[in-house]
Design a protein around this ligand. Structure first.
Ligand code: SF4
Ligand code: SF4
Length: 258
């Protein structure tokens, strides 16, 4: 973790927020403006890919090829997708322009949520989740010295994080399945891993696969759901998660036709 300089008046770099507010503001007037958009080690989640590829008018396949790298990072059984920084000397984000972020309305969850970090845990009955927020402080970020105060709820609203949280929660459930080596003795060499990766990160290819193979003959999917998946990447991604759950565990909302 990054060390806080001696002159830093805030005595923490990551702290659980209960009901207290925090001060922060990020705007072009800060002397650190866009410093965090260089040489960043940034994970992309499935919903990030949908938002970014639509913004850039790319297919998910093109977006993955042009803007991401994959590597086995914290999960040895499933690759993570990382945003590829530019080849420039400062390794700036490819979406950084002289005016700031050129994909701002569709920026990834990590850029959107900072300086908050979200953690989710299951409560005792196993059906509900409890969320917690931490405030994270990096020494290069002077936004923490601004005076505007926020509650967590105000920040989430301001950054339009609700849509991301809803689908990221389902992603966490699927990602948890990957963390327990669902591939058996073949490990990550199991061809099912490629199918799962497509379902989670390559939504346009998933659409072609579902609509143009015998998939819909085998699974019980209503015509209205099929229409939604044709039109909406988000609906299709949720369906892709259901499919991954089905073929890894035999459980979940997706059913084979009787
Ligand atoms: S996506 Fe935008 S906010 Fe995020 S690192 Fe790139 S330029 Fe910065
Ligand atoms: S370093 Fe902090 S205040 Fe500066 S641009 Fe990045 S998030 Fe905003």
């Amino acid at each position: 973790m990054e060390k806080i300089p001696q002159d830093n008046p805030m005595p923490f770099n990551r702290k659980l927020l209960e009901s207290e507010s925090f001060s922060f503001e990020c705007h072009p007037g800060t002397d650190c403006f866009t410093r965090c958009c260089r040489d960043a080690d940034m994970y992309l989640y499935p919903y990030d890919i949908i938002r970014l590829k639509s913004r850039l008018a790319l297919s998910s396949e093109q977006f993955l090829e042009q803007h991401t790298t994959t590597a086995f990072r914290d999960n040895p059984y499933f690759p993570s997708v990382m945003l590829k920084m530019s080849d420039k000397e400062d390794k700036s984000c490819p979406f950084l322009s002289s005016d700031g972020c050129r994909v701002y309305e569709d920026r990834p969850f990590s850029c959107r949520a900072y300086p908050l970090e979200r953690a989710v845990s299951r409560v005792a009955d196993g059906n509900r989740t409890k969320e917690m927020y931490f405030i994270v402080r990096h020494s290069h970020c002077h936004g923490h010295q601004e005076t505007h105060r926020w509650t967590v709820a105000e920040w989430l609203e301001d950054q339009q994080i609700k849509d991301y949280n809803e689908i990221n929660d389902r992603w966490v459930e699927i990602d948890t399945l990957f963390r327990h080596n669902p591939w058996g003795s073949e490990g990550p060499e199991n061809p099912k891993l490629k199918m799962a990766f497509m379902a989670c990160f390559n939504v346009d290819r998933l659409r072609t696969f579902i609509m143009e193979s015998s998939f819909l003959d085998r699974f019980d999917v209503t015509p209205s759901k099929i229409d939604k998946q044709r039109e909406s990447d988000t609906d299709l991604l949720k369906f892709g998660f259901d499919w991954v759950e089905f073929f890894l565990t035999g459980k979940g909302p997706l059913k084979i036709k009787s």
